[in-house]
Design a protein around this ligand. Sequence first.
Ligand code: SF4
Length: 341
Amino acid sequence: MQKEKLYGKTLNELIAVAKRIGLPGFAAKQIADWLYKKEIKTIGEMTNLSKRMRDVLSEEYEIGLSDPESASVSKDGTKKYLFKVLKDKFIETAYIPEEDRATICVSSQAGCKMGCIFCMTGKQGFQGNLSSDEILNQFRSLPEFKELTNMVYMGMGEPLDNITEVLKSLDIMTSTWGYGWSPTRITVSTVGLVGVLKEFLAKTKCHLAVSLHSPFDEERRKLMPIQRTNTVKEILDIIRDFDINNQRRVSFEYILFDGMNDTQRHVKEIARILNGIKCRINIIRFHPIPGSDSHSPDLKTTISFKEALSAKGIVTTLRASRGVDIQAACGLLSTLELNRK
Ligand code: SF4
């Protein structure tokens, strides 16, 4: 019999488990402690539960952690791990060490429905939603788990298209009975699904990163087909309605494509549409993917684009390209693995 995983369950779900199999109410909190505060891999190690309680629990449940299948290491220290999910699919998880922090970039889906033309994951199509345990297993089973200081949901998939499991994973990450992380250490990236963006903003205090890539509807639609039904204006209206306090950060991701979205006309329009929103822009140089003839502008153009935005009063950063030598563009490694299988 396939056992159900305990890892990835919220405290309320653990309370329901305890009740169903006849364990006392306090056992749920003890199980949560073992799952999220102590580093155990088997139910047998939950030594403050009686032997009988552990036996009853083990009949139907397991912890459910799984190690990565493989790893690639870049010369800049970035590592990319492949995890097996949904029985036979592969997702990517990146570990990005910097001077003063260590960030994990997790996937929330295998493949993706959004079809952004610059993304290899988009080209894979959709293969399934990850469960909260599969999202968090990337964190817990990362060999560098203990070094991690930040977490970004910027790997494969659109997090808001898997909102239930993503919210569960965030609940576990930020609750005192879970990992107890401050939500300000976590950023969730989205193309901006307007139907669920409000829910995300209302139910968590994590940072939000919206993929912008162009301030012009027609142009953004060519890059990101989702723009057809989720316009930048609708996304910005929702963000404007929320009280983004000093703690929470809203950022806009902007991949620069040479001769396409890197002009002064773009700078002017970005400044116009973001007027009144407390935010920052992260400029990202394009990681080339097979089958695409787009490329990044040269460094001089990139820097002058950044400076032009800064001159408009928008906090703008240029994100360093990491792991270029290990197929760091999202979806490349898992595509290779899928093709190999
Ligand atoms: S960029 Fe993100 S949302 Fe777009 S296809 Fe890739 S994974 Fe999906």
